[in-house]
Ligand binder design. Sequence first.
Ligand SMILES: C[S@@+](CC[C@H](N)C(=O)[O-])C[C@H]1O[C@@H](n2cnc3c(N)ncnc32)[C@H](O)[C@@H]1O
Length: 208
Amino acid sequence: MNFAADGANISVVGLGPGDVDYLAPRAKWLIDHCAVLIGSPRQLNCFPAFPGEKRQLDGSLAQLAAWLTEHPELPIVVLASGDPMLYGIGDFLSRQCDPARLSIVPGISAAQYLFSRLALSMNDVFLTSSHGRSPDFDFIFQHAKVAMVTDRKIGPYEIAQQILARGLRRIMIIGENLSYPDERIQRLSPEQVARQYAMNVVVILDER
Ligand SMILES: C[S@@+](CC[C@H](N)C(=O)[O-])C[C@H]1O[C@@H](n2cnc3c(N)ncnc32)[C@H](O)[C@@H]1O
């Protein structure tokens, strides 16, 4: 295997939903062979034996892009949760970095993992996110099958309130800590949704 295609030195690698058993062999090879591994503390902790330099993502993506630009000589892996191109850092870096230097390695998204656990087709799903944005719920609820990655501000409870405020009939499937030992998947009516959940993906189904 090569570090990256056509001389690219930066690989943005999808980690999958969390359990390293879901890491693709190419992703693992790139992590094992890079000089610098960049990610959140939780992501970096997945690789305790990594011998090279670990750099924590401190939240400033602009600083990361600048640092990457300054180091064209180093084989670098930037870790992304799930799939880098689904509401992930791959989208940002693909717009900030020289495309010749960048290679993106897909991973299993948390939403994809949840649909597999449910044995539910993804063919007709509308994929969206509340992460750091204000979702357009009127538009979202026009779809009969929605999967939403969430953040602490707008999670299952807030989604349930939006459904109830519109008098809609929906089923919500909440997948928490997917692929981890404390994974929990619940199928609830909006009235049953509690205020707090761990890291989650929400599937919203119009089952009329
Ligand atoms: C910035 S988004 C990244 C999504 C990621 N690129 C993907 O493909 O799954 C982060 C959100 O993904 C969801 N997520 C990621 N990993 C998860 C997991 N193991 N269990 C449940 N939700 C997860 C949560 O909604 C979390 O807040």
